[in-house]
Design a protein around this ligand. Structure first.
Ligand code: NCD
Length: 339
């Protein structure tokens, strides 16, 4: 923008700053940090970037609570391309965009799009690139979000790529942990369930590791956290403990992050049936938990958390799902340079 438009032509002494009722906008630099960026994973996020996302999300959470009508994305369009089932991720992305005053176009599951006619993901993305300002994509293939980002000129947000990553879920998980526990450091976090195939934990570990937390991985034999993930964490000095025994970790953890056995990742459904019900969190198990335990789940749950646990004061999974809106508002506004 030309300086003359701001009344700052050469030689002109700017007036001293006046007090304003409008709060300062630290997000100006935030916008520069994120504008035009893809969000594909969590491993490349710095502490500063994470802070910016969490602060922006908090600002939007307050605006939502105050029933403010936001217009920062007025005239902008989000395309949600979901080639796998979704309830929370798609609806909260779309709610986020609508709450920011923007609009949404959508393709849900392969059957209703040209993917059913054999179109490649890259070609679909190159097309949508001309319709929207930002894309949220979910796809069964690990690495698909990268393929989409390579094909797009607009920002691409990974809404889950097969067994790979689910960065927006991990960011709302971290936001939830901060809200529920009041801090992000000095915690023992147990992740339970299908850690081999569950993409939410693959993204969450990087963020929790940044704060020097103790991580406990509880999985049935064969569904453990991939060895390269645990090796990477240990090489960064992260305290990682692995076990098959859920009862053993319960008295130690501040956060219990439960995941579903990922049925759709098993070629052999008999194998899935063998794993199904490996762990069930119920009132009996929780009697041995620390006071102040936070129980989380990205949802959907199948049978991993008994419904009687919903009454537990630390049962945060529905609050967690709701936190998806302000966090995704923050991400959409940041990558489109709209904050
Ligand atoms: C998760 C996913 O899709 O990876 N769900 C979600 O996005 N909230 C977890 C799951 O499906 O088990």
């Amino acid at each position: 923008m030309a300086q003359a438009n701001l009344g700052l032509a050469a030689g002109k002494v700017p007036a001293p700053p006046t007090l304003s009722v409008v709060p300062p906008r630290p997000q100006c630099s935030a916008s520069r940090l994120f504008a035009g960026r893809d969000i594909l994973g969590t491993h490349d996020l710095s502490m500063t970037e994470l802070d910016v996302i969490l602060e922006t999300a908090e600002r939007y959470a307050c605006a939502l609570e105050n029933r403010e009508r936001l217009r920062v994305m007025d005239g902008k369009i989000l395309a949600t391309l979901f080639f796998e089932p979704s309830t929370r991720t798609r609806l909260s992305f779309e709610t986020a965009m609508l709450r920011l005053g923007g609009s949404v176009i959508t393709v849900s599951e392969a059957g209703s799009s040209s993917a059913a006619k054999g179109e490649s993901l890259a070609d679909s993305i190159k097309t949508v690139d001309g319709y929207a300002d930002v894309i949220a994509v979910r796809h069964p293939m690990k690495g698909a979000a990268q393929v989409a980002a390579d094909a797009a000129s607009i920002p691409v947000i990974n809404a889950g790529d097969g067994t790979g990553q689910h960065p927006t879920q991990a960011l709302l998980d971290v936001y939830t942990i901060k809200k529920e526990q009041g801090r992000l450091e000095g915690l023992t976090v147990a992740m339970v369930g299908d850690l081999r195939n569950g993409r939410t934990v693959h993204s969450l570990v990087h963020l929790m590791a940044m704060f020097g937390n103790r991580l406990m991985f509880v999985a049935p034999p064969g569904l453990e956290m991939p060895a390269e993930v645990t090796a990477g964490l240990r090489s960064r000095g992260v305290d990682v403990y692995e076990t098959h025994d859920l009862e053993e970790v319960i008295p130690h953890c501040d956060v219990l992050y439960v995941t579903r056995i990922q049925r759709e990742r098993f070629a052999d459904q008999a194998e899935y049936e063998r794993y199904r019900g490996s762990y069930v969190v119920d009132g009996g198990l929780l009697r041995r938990a620390k006071p102040g335990l936070t129980i989380m789940h990205p949802l959907p749950r199948v049978d991993e958390i008994a419904t009687d646990v919903d009454m537990h004061p630390g049962a945060a999974y529905f609050r967690q799902a709701h936190n998806g809106v302000p966090v995704r508002m923050a991400l959409l506004a940041l990558v489109t340079g709209s904050v």
